[in-house]
Design a binder for this molecule. Structure first.
Ligand SMILES: Cc1cc2nc3c(=O)[nH]c(=O)nc-3n(C[C@H](O)[C@H](O)[C@H](O)COP(=O)(O)OP(=O)(O)OC[C@H]3O[C@@H](n4cnc5c(N)ncnc54)[C@H](O)[C@@H]3O)c2cc1C
Length: 443
C-alpha cells in the first residue's frame, strides 16, 4: 500500500476530524477525504461539556489521556486557545466513599496521573491560583475542603481535586483542525456512506448521493452510528448508545465563584420533594425520581469572569437506546439537575422556588462494555475503527487521531494500543472478566 494510501474517514465529529488531521497534516497523507451528511462537529461533538482530565481508573487510560493532553496543549498553542486548568473536584458526604476516593487517587497517581497531596497536612491549597501543580489534592476532612471551596455543603466530608483537568473550546479546536486538513489538500464530502466496498479488502465507499469514492483505507468515526457502520463490513461492534444531556442556566446571584473547578458529587441521593410534589410525580408516572438517584451530578462555570452561566449535568436515568435525533430530553431535567446540585451547593437552593430559564441540549455517549475506546483495525483489511469514546471523546480525540494514523501507516504503537483494539472482545476470557468491572471512570 506504500505510505500514502487513499483514505476515507466516515464522520466529521471530533474523532474523524482528529484522524484526518493526524493523517493529512502531521503525516502528509494526500487526499484524505472526510464524508459526513452533516456540517462538521454538529452531531455530538458540539454538545459536550468540553472538559478533560488525566484521572482514570486504569493504567492504559491514564497513559492514553496524558498523551492526548500533551498533544492538545501543543495544538492549543498553534490554534490560539488556552485550556482552563481549573481541575475536577469530586466530593462526598460519605466516609466510606471518601476512602474509595482516596484509593482511586492513590491508584491514579501510581498509574502516572501525578503526585497526591493530602489536606490538612500538606502545603495549603489555593484552587483559584493560576498554573496549578500536577497530580491531585485530597481533602480528608470537610473543614479543609470548605476552607478551599466555601460554597460547598457542610455535610461533605472530603473530596479530591484533580489538577491536570479543566475545559477547552472544543468547537474552536475541532474547526481549527478541520481547516488545517482542508488547507493541506484534504477534502470534505457532504454525503452519507451507505455501503463499504470490501470484496477482499477495502476498495471504496458508496455514498447516498450515488457516487463511489475509491479507498484503500476506511476509518469509521461515525459516533453514535458506529454499530451501523460496522455492520456495513459485517463486523458486530460491541457498542451501545445512551442519551446524555446538559443544562445551562444563569447564576444571577453569583452562588458559584467563577474560578470554581468542575464539581462532581459522587454520592447517590434522594431528592427532597414535598408531599405534594411526590404525589404529582407519582401521577405523572415518574416514580423513578422518588427513589435514590445515582452519583455523578456535576457542574462547571461557563464563560469568562463576567459570565453568569453554569452548566449542569446528571444522568440519573441513562439507559441504552437506539439513537434518534435530536436526542430525547426529560422535560424535568433542569429541575432535577438543579435539585441535585443544590444538595451539595446549598446556595443554589435559592433558585428552586423560581427556576432560572434553562437551555437544554444533549447527545449520546457511544460506549463499549468496558468504557474503553475502540481504536484499531478490524474486519476486512483496510477497515479501521475510531470511536466508542463515551463521555471523553473531546479530551481523547488527539490521541485517537495519532493512534489511528499509526495503525494506518504502520508506525510503532504505544503500549496502550492493545487495550483499545476492537478485537479484544473476541477473547472470551476478556469478556468474562468484565463481570467484575468496577469503576470505569464514566460520569
Ligand atoms: C452531554 C454530553 C457531555 C459531554 N461532555 C464531554 C466532556 O466534557 N469531555 C469530553 O471529552 N467528551 C464529552 N462528551 C463526549 C463527546 O462529546 C463525544 O465522545 C464526542 O463528541 C464523540 O465524537 P465522535 O467524533 O466520535 O462522534 P460525533 O461527534 O457524533 O460525530 C460522528 C459523525 O459521523 C457522522 N456519520 C454517522 N454515520 C455516517 C455515515 N454513514 N456516513 C457519513 N457520516 C456519518 C455523523 O453525521 C456525525 O457528524 C459529552 C457528550 C455529551 C452528549
Amino acid at each position: 500500500m506504500g505510505t500514502s494510501p487513499r483514505v476515507v474517514v466516515i464522520g466529521a465529529g471530533i474523532c474523524g476530524v482528529a484522524v484526518a488531521y493526524h493523517l493529512a497534516v502531521v503525516h502528509g497523507v494526500s487526499g484524505v477525504t472526510i464524508v459526513d451528511p452533516r456540517a462538521p462537529l454538529t452531531l455530538t461533538s458540539d454538545k459536550s461539556t468540553e472538559c478533560y482530565r488525566n484521572w482514570w481508573p486504569s493504567a492504559a487510560m491514564v497513559t492514553f489521556m496524558n498523551r492526548s493532553l500533551d498533544l492538545l496543549e501543543g495544538l492549543a498553542v498553534r490554534a490560539g486557545f488556552t485550556p482552563s486548568r481549573r481541575g475536577y473536584l469530586y466530593v462526598t458526604s460519605d466516609p466510606v466513599r471518601l476512602e474509595e476516593l482516596r484509593e482511586t487517587a492513590m491508584r491514579a497517581s501510581r498509574f502516572g496521573a501525578g503526585p497526591l497531596r493530602v489536606h490538612p497536612g500538606d502545603a495549603p491549597h489555593d484552587p483559584s491560583a493560576g498554573d496549578p501543580p500536577p497530580g491531585a489534592d485530597l481533602f480528608v476532612d470537610g473543614d479543609a475542603l470548605r476552607a478551599a471551596f466555601s460554597f460547598l455543603a457542610p455535610d461533605l466530608v472530603g473530596g479530591v481535586h484533580v489538577r491536570r483537568a479543566g475545559w477547552l473550546p472544543a468547537r474552536r479546536y475541532g474547526t481549527w483542525m478541520f481547516e488545517e486538513v482542508l488547507a493541506t489538500g484534504g477534502r470534505f464530502v457532504r454525503d452519507e456512506v451507505v455501503e463499504v466496498r470490501a470484496p477482499d479488502r477495502i476498495r471504496g465507499v458508496v455514498l447516498a448521493g450515488g457516487h463511489t469514492l475509491p479507498a484503500d483505507v476506511v476509518v469509521a468515526a461515525p459516533g453514535p452510528m458506529l454499530g451501523r457502520v460496522g455492520s456495513l463490513v459485517g463486523v458486530d461492534l460491541p457498542v451501545h448508545t445512551e442519551p446524555h444531556c446538559k443544562v445551562a442556566f444563569r447564576d444571577r446571584l453569583g452562588v458559584i465563584p467563577r474560578w470554581a473547578p468542575m464539581c462532581i458529587s459522587v454520592d447517590g441521593r434522594r431528592l427532597a420533594w414535598s408531599d405534594e410534589e411526590r404525589a404529582g410525580l407519582a401521577e405523572l408516572g415518574r416514580d423513578d425520581l422518588l427513589g435514590e438517584l445515582p452519583g455523578g451530578c456535576h457542574f462547571r462555570p461557563e464563560g469568562g469572569a463576567d459570565s453568569p452561566w453554569i452548566l449542569g449535568l446528571w444522568e440519573y436515568g441513562a439507559a441504552p437506546v437506539e439513537p434518534t435525533f435530536p436526542a430525547p430530553v426529560d422535560p424535568l431535567y433542569p429541575e432535577v439537575v438543579l435539585r441535585g446540585l443544590a444538595s451539595f451547593v446549598p446556595g443554589l437552593a435559592a433558585y428552586l422556588d423560581r427556576l432560572p430559564e434553562p437551555f437544554v441540549d444533549g447527545g449520546y455517549y457511544t460506549a463499549a462494555p468496558d468504557n474503553l475506546p475502540l481504536v484499531g483495525p478490524t474486519g476486512p483489511e483496510g477497515f479501521v475503527v475510531a470511536g466508542a469514546v463515551s463521555g471523553y471523546g473531546i479530551m481523547a480525540s488527539a490521541a485517537v487521531g495519532e493512534l489511528v494514523a499509526l495503525h494506518v501507516l504502520g508506525g510503532r504503537l504505544p503500549d496502550y494500543a492493545a487495550a483499545f483494539l476492537p478485537d479484544r472482545f473476541d477473547d472470551p476470557a476478556y469478556v468474562a472478566s468484565l463481570d467484575d468491572l468496577g469503576d470505569t471512570g464514566q460520569i
